[in-house]
Design a protein around this ligand. Sequence first.
Ligand code: ATP
Ligand code: MG
Length: 436
Amino acid sequence: MKEIDFVKFNKNRTYIRDAFTKKDGDVVELAGWVSDTRALGKIRFLMLKDISGIIQVVAVKGKADEESFELIDKISRESVIYVKGTLKVSNQAPGGKEIIPLETKLISKADELPIDVAEYSKTELPKRLDYRFLDLHRKSVQAIFKIESTIMQAFREFMVKKMGAMEAQFPSIIGSSSEGGTELFKAKYFEREVYLSQSCQLYKQMLACSIEKVFTIFTVWRAEKHNTVRHLNEARQFDYEQAFADEFVVMDVLFECIKYIIKEVLKKNKEELEILKVELKIPKSKYITFSQVKDLMKKNGVFCPDHDLSTEAEKKLGELYPDTVVFVHDWPIKGKPFYIMPKGNGLSGGFDAIYKGTEITSGGQRVHIPEILEKQLRERDLDPKDFKSYIDSFRFGAPPHAGWGMGLERLTMLMLNLQNIREVTLFPRDRDRISP
Ligand code: ATP
Ligand code: MG
């Protein structure tokens, strides 16, 4: 294997996308993966791909340098190579241009592939996830994660530039259950038992009471036993919290945020959306009360429990309001956690947002009054003593505040019309999978 001076290479490198803008006869230096090779008499074809695109390399026996011809003749798929060559305009070449090699170097040879990484590959998802690192050689898989990256970037941009919010980091190790649920993972912490955080709810609230507008991208762990296509045991959440606000203020923020994210993806990821054949639309909004949803479901013959939306009801909302973020507010207090503000008449300041038939966000006005918190904890058979420091944090000048949490993977999956949340998770953690 010939050595490559990577400092020099990075100065001279042409990305394949840019190679197509060069003139006939220009010499370029490329590096990438072997997508395919083909032999035709004395000619050898090689499709070379990098993160930006794919181009044909053509070597003719006797004309190309001997070493390049030999390398292209024998190289295995997905091997990594360096090619210095002359750009040639050619009507037969995909994209109208090809590379005639002057010098070729093998950088890393690939063994026989355990999964098919062709774009039309029929390999099933679990097998693909076993070899996720190799699955990522595919353009369509790269497209998903390029879009997810834009989504994260856009969320941050919206929060900083449009809302003037501050980004914050919170602990993932907690001493007691933050929400009183049973879906917690236990861990050993020296001589004690601790839990992995299921949300940063309590911390972001404490922060909003001084910083006013805060956001984070936070990893949460939930020991949900069932394997579904929309749940992970480790997921990422966009969290937002704002002081001097009720649920209607933060629902508007959420709608503007989702529109901003989608506009950015439409602007920055045209090519990726095309690869994935996704027609993404800027959504409309619909505000509806929980009791109106119940009536609507009754009319449509869809079952809906008293305090929560069933999966079927969420689906129906998606059908009735396509490409719409449906805000279901005035939610029964019985169906919401203790930190959601009661409004009287059994209702609360809690809401859920449904997009394309699935919940993407829960949020609401929080309780900033210690006595109400204690009452609501007791009503849920939780002991206020276990939440003392949280409750006490609202005793010294806590403004009313509201916020929400939106699943990153959930949002990405729904935006891209994908059927399984694992498609949009690089290295998913579910009941059966903890590697790679
Ligand atoms: P669901 O009812 O869909 O199970 P949830 O009400 O338990 O969700 P929340 O605690 O409200 O979830 O979390 C806020 C958001 O985080 C959800 O609306 C969803 O987008 C996302 N989310 C929650 N749990 C998971 C999970 N297990 N895997 C992936 N995303 C999740
Ligand atoms: Mg929820």
